[in-house]
Ligand binder design. Structure first.
Ligand code: SF4
Ligand code: SF4
Length: 310
């Protein structure tokens, strides 16, 4: 009996794999590793929230406000201007996480969004559900998409203005991430007081079901900060113009819909999921390189405009 076709169909005999099958397997394993990492961080945050919600004595277990690097962004101005005071509900832990995020982003770009952030993971999950249900995603026109991406900076400016003027975590009352992962909806459901938070979270989740990573692309204030820092990151995905055939395959799996196939250096909006790199069928056409965008483009890509996407 000829066992080759059976092994081949089961994808067990690597020797008989086509390059496309090998590529598919690479994509699957990279994305599995990414989803496992996201799951690990998600479980950590949920466990922290359960511990906080079920703590017998108030204040013994910190809330997830203390576990968010964005709290560091929110409290930074008050800390500097008051000579050491924090915005209530923020702590040193927020600053430590923010410092870690800044260093990580300056090294690996937006990988926090692709591999760590639990709210990014929830949106990936919603996208997976939509695909399984065979519902087509909503694709916004390119110009509208480009304009809406500035929404992250509008949200950021409003939140910082309100936090500084009111000296309180103003956004916490409607923050979809905090609403979902803080678990108050589970332990202390209160529609009369918290309806704005529930409504905002529901709207964001429904939006992200139809538009891939809608919150990340258009509204997340931390995503805005990360996208600016990412422009200075040491590791970047670069497209080598002389090896690329412009087949466009790499742009298809991008969760934040960047024109990966059109630029030499991939945009600061990249979440580092690596789906594009694994999808590319051409050797050396798309690579993660220790090549910051502020240095001249490599020789192979120099014939192209070294303009970031997105
Ligand atoms: S953009 Fe915001 S919500 Fe999305 S993954 Fe990044 S930090 Fe998380
Ligand atoms: S980088 Fe690779 S996948 Fe993307 S357009 Fe070029 S050859 Fe195609």
């Amino acid at each position: 009996m000829n066992k080759q076709p059976i092994l081949k169909s089961l994808s067990l005999d690597f020797k008989y794999d086509s390059p496309a099958a090998r590529r598919r397997r690479r994509i699957v394993w990279t994305q599995r590793a990414r989803h496992l990492t996201q799951l690990g961080f998600g479980v950590f945050i949920i466990a922290g929230s359960v511990a906080h919600q079920t703590a017998v004595t108030d204040g013994v277990v910190p809330s997830i406000d203390a576990l968010c690097p964005f709290g560091g962004v929110e409290t930074l101005w008050r800390l500097i201007s008051s000579g050491g005071e924090y915005v209530p509900k923020t702590h040193l832990s927020n600053l430590v996480l923010l410092a870690g995020l800044v260093i990580g982003t300056l090294i690996a770009g937006g990988a926090f969004c692709g591999w760590v952030c639990p709210f990014g993971a929830v949106q990936d999950m919603l996208n997976g559900m939509r695909r399984r249900l065979r519902i087509r995603p909503v694709e916004l026109p390119a110009t509208l998409d480009k304009v809406l991406r500035y929404g992250r900076f509008v949200t950021l400016a409003i939140i910082l203005y309100q936090t500084i003027s009111l000296t309180k975590l103003w956004f916490a009352d409607i923050d979809p991430y905090r609403t979902l992962f803080g678990l108050e909806w589970l332990f202390e459901f209160d529609v009369l007081t918290s309806w704005p938070a529930y409504l905002a979270t529901l709207a964001v989740l429904i939006g992200s079901f139809f538009v891939e990573r809608a919150w990340c692309r258009y509204l997340c204030p931390l995503g805005g900060v990360i996208s600016v820092l990412s422009r200075f990151s040491l590791l970047r995905i670069r497209r080598n113009g002389s090896a690329c055939t412009q087949c466009g395959l790499c742009a298809r799996p991008c969760p934040v819909k960047l024109d990966v196939d059109k630029a030499a250096i991939i945009s600061g909006n990249c979440v580092g999921c690596l789906a594009c790199v694994e999808t590319c069928p051409r050797r050396n056409a798309l690579e993660v390189k220790l090549a910051p965008a502020w240095l001249p483009a490599p020789r192979a890509a120099a014939s192209e405009t070294a303009k970031p996407t997105g």
